[in-house]
Design a protein around this ligand. Structure first.
Ligand SMILES: *[C@@H]1O[C@H](CO)[C@@H](O)[C@H](O)[C@H]1NC(C)=O
Ligand SMILES: *[C@@H]1O[C@H](CO)[C@@H](O)[C@H](O)[C@H]1NC(C)=O
Ligand SMILES: *[C@@H]1O[C@H](CO)[C@@H](O)[C@H](O)[C@H]1NC(C)=O
Ligand SMILES: *[C@@H]1O[C@H](CO)[C@@H](O)[C@H](O)[C@H]1NC(C)=O
Ligand SMILES: *[C@@H]1O[C@H](CO)[C@@H](O)[C@H](O)[C@H]1NC(C)=O
Ligand SMILES: *[C@@H]1O[C@H](CO)[C@@H](O)[C@H](O)[C@H]1NC(C)=O
Ligand SMILES: *[C@@H]1O[C@H](CO)[C@@H](O)[C@H](O)[C@H]1NC(C)=O
Ligand SMILES: *[C@@H]1O[C@H](CO)[C@@H](O)[C@H](O)[C@H]1NC(C)=O
Ligand SMILES: *[C@@H]1O[C@H](CO)[C@@H](O)[C@H](O)[C@H]1NC(C)=O
Ligand SMILES: *[C@@H]1O[C@H](CO)[C@@H](O)[C@H](O)[C@H]1NC(C)=O
Length: 803
């Protein structure tokens, strides 16, 4: 039927009929796409053609996913200019422009190409990008005259840029549909605001032109408003590029088997990351903003802080008070907060700064950034300018260097429970003095308290000897100065229990300090009891605890410093992996971890289940001997001395958690054995279990190892870096032990005592049974649900699971 119409436009009917029936991905000037025909990208991911949205009968030219059954339109050409019958034709006209013709051959939409092509061609790429290019250019990798990626609709696809081309002034932003039947731009838009170059880049969502929600400034590693969203998570990686030519955000999928898009939804007023769920054949919301009440732009007015979990959510920060107490108390926060005391700006050096932590940094519109300034210069620069209200480290990726200043009112600040950023807010000297007095008083009271606490603690453990108290207590000011006041650039890493910093004492001794998240909610006595006991655990495969620090709200553990950091830095990294390209070294690491774990499970006085064993919790000393860290932390934070149990508080890391633990909270020494099995397979293969990708199947590393095992070619698992250093029988034995450890049923898994024996001798080993969690999907299904955001990255989680 549609075939007849081709005769009108096509000069080579037969050719066209032939090619279209075999799904072409491009058209040249002699061809066209009519309503009823489509272009399909070369690998079949996307399709371009005419469609009617929702209940509408209007016809639009659009692009949608070809390879998923739910029609998902990602781009529309004639968004506000529909064709009301099936007369639409997409073609290249004789002067090389891409045009969409409607009734009477009227032009309803055209691509505004930069110049006329001599030999134009239009192609639908497998990325979903529709491009117009000049074939005579012979440049297939770029140089497009026009591309749909430069003119987004409501959807951001991987590889698409959201932001500005500063050379041409081209702005690439999203706009929502009016409604599900009308793709014409609605009231919501998303983009990067065009501000001066010396400001932080930030993504905004606007409603009818007014700011509605924002990402928080990009600090080089992540957006200040989404601290949990690491740029390198298992689903997608993203980055913000920011230079003289361009400012944009772009993301890429980590695996070809994942389909994930960002959509601006006008119906729900949200900007959502959707991920296609193949098993259920639907889209799942991966993240969605605004994520909470406090994400509503400027909810609390200028200089106020929005704190989820507090009632009311709006708070004036220390040193500030409501501008109108009456309005504030009736929950009208629009006027925000003003200073208790005016700044004494004219007299230089009379002002100071108060550090606020865990914040989503203020709106960056009136900010100024210099990446090569250090924090001291930054402070001085702010102090020297009366309108400067706050400063902080600008660029975490650059080792916490850089300087960011804010001028005028601080807008849209939000406080996180954990994991936000620091901001130094200017205060008058008189405000600072008063605050210092207050703090000093509480400090003295707490210090006295602590002494009595220790005495009591000592009395309680009557049987124990004096050595109980030999765990050094560090003074918080010692730790603070040794870590440059817990500067970001001293940070070694971060986990669910809190950040870890590197420090150097006055005598040159280096240490690592873990600053426990405040939410751990444990009393001083329990903490001290626990810590003194755990500090006595000593084994050459456990990191040594040097002391602790408990002062005010803070609880910290001080460990010996491991110069070579953690195992994951080596085995998952092609370059540093070479330093461990020698099988005996890796085998030594496997055996060392096994001995350390055996000590925790069985040989120590305490019987500790680690619950968060993973490559990043295995540290390496100067000779690359493994030392387990974070042991005892799970125990301390949950306050249990159970050796097996059922907990509402799941502590662990996706990718390492045993199925019965992740799904039901049932933990035992055998759930540690499971994590250890994963570690063995990771050390052998140099691949992560979580986020493992193989072109031939959707299994994770366990599943991959298991299928190789069943197919009788287990040695193919070996990291190619290991080359000829391998001792095949040792590797084979290790793989088999690994698979025994990750068996689905905990009772089938060996104890660590057996593991140590199996690794160290030639005894015959059992045949492993089917492992638990061998595909990503299965893992997904068994995973505890954390709110509405997925936190699938390699960090420990600690959560209370309602059951
Ligand atoms: C081709 O389309 C462009 C854009 O609509 C228009 O400017 C140009 O005049 C057209 N050429 C012809 C020959 O119609
Ligand atoms: C198409 O042309 C016919 C005849 O000239 C005219 O009556 C009709 O209104 C035109 N339609 C449009 C959409 O321009
Ligand atoms: C091909 O396109 C790329 C990307 O736009 C461009 O950098 C390159 O200079 C082009 N090469 C030629 C020969 O035009
Ligand atoms: C917006 O969200 C609603 C409700 O979840 C959904 O039905 C609709 O399909 C979404 N629209 C888009 C464009 O994703
Ligand atoms: C940024 O800071 C560096 C170091 O203080 C300084 O040399 C440079 O001039 C500054 N750049 C701007 C644009 O102020
Ligand atoms: C203070 O900063 C503002 C904003 O950048 C600037 O316009 C003003 O000139 C600065 N004043 C001084 C004294 O540097
Ligand atoms: C910690 O050190 C500071 C500075 O040296 C000192 O003033 C304070 O008294 C010490 N606190 C304790 C509890 O020792
Ligand atoms: C740490 O902070 C204190 C006061 O808060 C300050 O006196 C000291 O100079 C700071 N130290 C460093 C290294 O920045
Ligand atoms: C481990 O640390 C020691 C001491 O810092 C160093 O000499 C050695 O090169 C490191 N090894 C690796 C593989 O980085
Ligand atoms: C998850 O989303 C639902 C519906 O949007 C909401 O009712 C619920 O409170 C959210 N849960 C969390 C933990 O945010």
């Amino acid at each position: 039927m549609a075939g007849l119409c081709f005769l009108v436009f096509s000069t080579s009917f037969l050719f066209l009929l032939f090619t279209l029936s075999f799904a072409v991905d491009s058209i040249s000037p002699s061809q066209s796409i009519r309503d009823g025909n489509t272009l399909v990208s070369s690998y079949g991911s996307f399709e371009l053609g005419f469609f009617s949205p929702g209940i509408s009968k209007n016809r639009y030219l659009g692009i949608w996913y070809k390879n998923i059954p739910v029609k998902t339109v990602v781009w529309v050409a004639n968004r506000c200019n529909p064709i009301d019958d099936s007369s639409g034709v997409l073609m290249i006209n004789s002067t090389g422009s891409l045009v969409l013709l409607g009734q009477n051959k009227s032009v309803v939409w055209r691509a505004s190409s930069v110049k006329n092509a001599r030999s134009p061609m239009v192609q639908l790429l497998d990325s979903g990008n529709l491009v117009l290019r000049d074939v005579t250019d012979g440049n297939s990798s770029g140089g497009y005259l026009w591309q749909s990626f430069d003119h987004p609709s409501d959807t951001l696809l991987p590889e698409m840029k959201l932001g500005w081309d500063l050379r041409t002034g081209l702005k690439r932003g999203l706009s929502s549909w009016k409604n599900s039947a009308d793709p014409c731009p609605g009231e919501f838009t998303v983009g990067i605001e065009m501000v001066e170059l010396h400001a932080y880049p930030e993504i905004y969502m606007w409603k009818g032109g007014a700011k509605f929600c924002r990402s928080g400034p990009w600090n080089g590693l992540r957006f200040s408003g989404a601290p949990e969203l690491r740029p390198d998570n298992p689903t997608y990686s993203f980055d913000v590029v920011y230079n003289d030519d361009e400012v944009y955000q772009m993301y890429n999928l980590q695996s070809k088997s994942v389909i994930s898009i960002l959509v601006l939804n006008g119906t729900t007023s949200t900007y959502d990351q959707l991920t296609w769920n193949e098993a259920e054949k639907n889209w799942r919301i991966y993240t969605s903003v605004p994520r909470d009440f406090c994400d509503r732009y400027g909810l609390c007015g200028p200089n106020a802080n929005c704190v989820i979990g507090e009632s009311p959510v709006c708070k004036c920060p220390q040193g500030f008070k409501p501008k109108s107490l009456e309005k504030w108390n009736s929950a009208d926060w629009e006027l925000g907060c003003v200073r208790n005391r005016p700044l004494s700006c004219e007299e230089r050096d009379k002002d100071g700064f108060v550090k606020f932590t865990n914040l989503k940094l203020p709106d960056s519109t009136h900010s100024w950034v210099n990446k090569s300034m250090n924090i001291k210069e930054c402070r001085a620069k702010c102090l020297n300018n009366c309108t400067c209200m706050a400063y902080t480290n600008a660029d975490i990726r650059g080792g916490g260097s850089g300087c960011a200043l804010w001028f005028g009112d601080l807008l849209d600040i939000k406080k996180f429970a954990d994991d936000g950023q620091d901001l130094y807010i200017r205060m008058s000297a008189s405000e600072l003095e008063e605050e210092d007095d207050g703090k000093a008083k509480t400090r003295i009271i707490k210090d006295q308290l602590k002494e009595t606490d220790i005495r009591e603690g000592n009395q309680k453990n009557e049987g124990s000897q004096k050595e109980d108290l030999e765990l050094p207590l560090f003074n918080i000011s010692t730790i603070a100065s040794a870590t440059d006041n817990f500067s970001d650039y001293m940070k070694l890493g971060e986990g669910g229990f809190g950040p870890v910093y590197r420090g150097t004492l006055a005598d040159g001794q280096e240490f690592a300090v873990k600053r426990l998240s405040r939410s751990s909610g444990q009393g001083f006595n329990e903490f001290m009891n626990e810590i003194t006991t755990i500090a006595k655990l000593q084994h050459r495969n456990l990191v040594k605890i040097l002391g602790c620090c408990v002062q005010e709200e803070e609880k910290m553990l001080i460990y010996e410093y491991m110069a070579n950091r953690s195992l994951d830095n080596f085995i998952f990294d092609q370059t540093r992996g070479e330093l461990l390209s020698d099988w005996p070294k890796r085998f030594n690491i496997i055996c060392g971890i096994a001995r350390g774990l055996l000590y925790l499970h069985q040989d120590s006085r305490l019987r500790i289940i680690h619950r968060d064993l993973k490559a990043s919790n295995v540290l390496l000393d100067d000779e690359m001997n493994p030392k387990i860290s974070d042991f005892g932390l799970a125990r301390m934070l949950t306050g249990g001395d159970q050796t097996q149990g059922n907990t509402k508080r799941v502590v662990g890391t996706y990718g390492y958690m045993a199925p019965e633990y992740a799904a039901d909270g049932r933990f035992s020494v055998k759930s540690d054995v499971f994590s250890f099995g994963i570690l063995i397979l990771e050390v052998i293969s140099g691949r992560r279990n979580k986020g493992f990708y193989h072109p031939d199947h959707s299994h994770n590393l366990i599943g991959h190892a298991w299928s190789l095992w069943k197919e009788g070619r287990p040695l193919e698992l070996i990291d190619t870096l290991l080359g000829s250093s391998c001792n095949p029988s040792e590797v084979l034995r290790s793989i088999q032990v690994g698979l025994l450890c990750v068996q689905h049923h905990p009772e089938d898994r060996p104890s660590m005592a057996s593991v140590v024996i199996m690794l160290g001798s030639d005894i015959a080993l059992a045949q492993p049974k089917q492992p638990g969690f061998f595909s990503e999907r299965e893992h997904e299904a068994g995973r505890p649900h954390i709110g509405n955001e997925s936190s699938t990255n390699e960090i420990s989680i600690s959560l209370l699971e309602p059951r």
